[in-house]
Design a protein around this ligand. Structure first.
Ligand SMILES: Cc1cc2nc3c(=O)[nH]c(=O)nc-3n(C[C@H](O)[C@H](O)[C@H](O)COP(=O)(O)OP(=O)(O)OC[C@H]3O[C@@H](n4cnc5c(N)ncnc54)[C@H](O)[C@@H]3O)c2cc1C
Length: 438
């Protein structure tokens, strides 16, 4: 039997925040776009850790703009509002966007539909078929069996970069020693007395946690409990259970970490009820369906963003989004959690388009947490608003490349940056002008 084929202009692999940005941006330019997502939901890590705030969206207290701003405004305009800007309680983090998770994913899906994107959930991209320095087709499967997508351009937003790696793009896994940040299982507590729970200003509840760890009721990695007010009153988002040393590209390791993480979440929920003020009548909900993976492959791009670029507050000529996130490094096998400032307070840097481009393959781009960055820069750039904007940049670049009939590496940077600025992305250095502030 012949394998089914689907021709498309742009194939977006992965429906996380980066894939959402890429697919909407490409679809809005009238391109035929197919989005392949392995799970049954849009959002990626955002769906695996429901309710996680969109952080890093406000360098110099001005929203980065583009699709994240549009999405936030759509949610905030609902009755009752489904998103709001709030201060983060952790050091060096700017304000973040807190939102109703279900309405956010519903709205993202609607935006994909309005952009005409063909969304294929429950479908896996398996391997590329190369024709010289181009990806000619991508072998995929879903419950009905194998099919092939024949794309003009591929945008890998899969977080892990399996297809790019199989296409021959060099990569590093984790840091220089192959050490990756911990994976995390999150949950909510519902029915919390906020006033009692947050009477103590320590965002990590360390005094309580110390007792739980000392008495063997909490895992030793729970010495800091990150608990924050959820979007809805009386809800608390718990982003505390980290499992170290897990290779997020290994499904067996991910499944084992998911179960281990859930066990620790259950213990923690019991501990909160018994030991922490305000939680006595609360219960656990919205447990992650799988661990949230922070870091796996970092693909080799035309340019590698470095910690030094951040420290110098570099504004690249091909910068596609502003960022001021701290160096948010989370529990590598030998490390703790760090939130050191990446740049001087009140400043920002931009992420260059070249960090989303492979050197050799002419019709491939990547966006989101697989971008080309050193471990320090990676720990800063990886916020969801920036991932969405990286996606938006690649989707826009796909339109330019196809209209002009050029390789993605030859897209005119002036045209790309001008188009992103016209789409509302703030603080870009539009050629021959000053940085574009709203
Ligand atoms: C626990 C945790 C806490 C975090 N906290 C915050 C925070 O508070 N604020 C913030 O802004 N950011 C936070 N981050 C960072 C941020 O969530 C991620 O960097 C970002 O979501 C990555 O988006 P992405 O689209 O690049 O990748 P992902 O979200 O990983 O999405 C990739 C998608 O691709 C799909 N996929 C993978 N392979 C294939 C394939 N072969 N075929 C089809 N589909 C495939 C996956 O199913 C997934 O849906 C956190 C991350 C984690 C893990």
């Amino acid at each position: 039997m012949q394998t089914k084929e689907e021709a498309t202009d742009v194939l977006v692999i992965g429906g996380g925040t980066a894939g959402f940005g890429a697919a909407v941006a490409a679809g809005r330019q009238g391109l035929r776009v197919t989005l392949i997502e392995a799970t049954t939901k849009i959002g990626g890590v955002m769906a695996f850790c429901p309710g996680m705030p969109w952080g890093g969206g406000y360098p110099q207290d001005q929203i980065i703009g583009g699709l994240i701003e549009e999405l936030t405004e759509l949610l905030a305009a609902m009755d009752p509002p489904a998103a709001e800007k709030r201060a983060c309680t952790l050091e060096n983090f700017g304000p973040e966007i807190i939102y109703d998770h279900d309405l956010a994913t519903l709205t993202m899906f609607e935006m994909l539909q309005e952009a005409g994107v063909r969304v294929r959930l429950g479908a896996m991209a398996l391997e590329p078929v190369m024709a010289g320095d181009r990806i000619a087709r991508v072998r995929c499967c879903d419950r009905n069996g194998a099919f092939e997508v024949v794309p003009k351009i591929v945008i890998d937003c899969s977080g892990d970069g399996d297809i790019s790696a199989k296409a021959g793009v060099p990569y590093v896994l984790g840091d220089a020693s192959g050490n990756m940040m911990a994976v995390t299982i999150s949950f909510h507590m519902l029915g919390v007395d906020w006033e009692a729970a947050f009477a103590d200003p320590d965002p990590y509840f360390e005094a309580y946690a110390a007792r739980g760890v000392a008495e063997g009721r909490l895992h030793p990695d729970l010495a800091k409990l990150y608990l924050m007010r959820g979007f809805h009153p009386g809800t608390v988002f718990c982003n505390s259970v980290h499992v170290r040393g897990v290779d997020g590209t290994d499904p067996v390791a991910v499944a084992a970490a998911t179960q281990e993480g859930r066990r620790r979440c259950h213990q923690l929920a019991q501990f909160l009820r018994s030991d922490v003020p305000g939680f006595a009548a609360a219960h656990m909900a919205m447990l992650s369906p799988t661990v949230g993976v922070r870091e796996t492959r970092k693909l080799q791009g035309v340019y590698r963003v470095t910690g030094q670029d951040l420290a110098r507050a570099t504004k690249f000529p091909d910068g596609i989004v502003a960022c001021d996130n701290p160096i948010d490094d989370v529990m590598r096998s030998d490390g703790d959690m760090t939130h050191e400032a990446a740049i001087a307070k009140g400043s920002y840097y931009t992420i260059p388009f070249r960090s989303l481009l492979p050197a050799r393959i002419k019709n491939l781009m990547f966006a989101g947490r697989i971008l080309c960055a050193d471990p320090v820069a990676f720990a800063s750039v990886r916020g969801m608003p920036q991932c969405m904007a990286m996606g938006q940049a690649t989707g826009t670049a796909a339109g330019l490349a196809l209209r002009e009939g050029v390789a993605v590496q030859d897209v005119r940077i002036e045209a790309l940056v001008a188009s992103l600025a016209a789409q509302g992305i703030n603080r870009l250095t539009v050629p021959n002008t000053q940085p574009n502030a709203a």
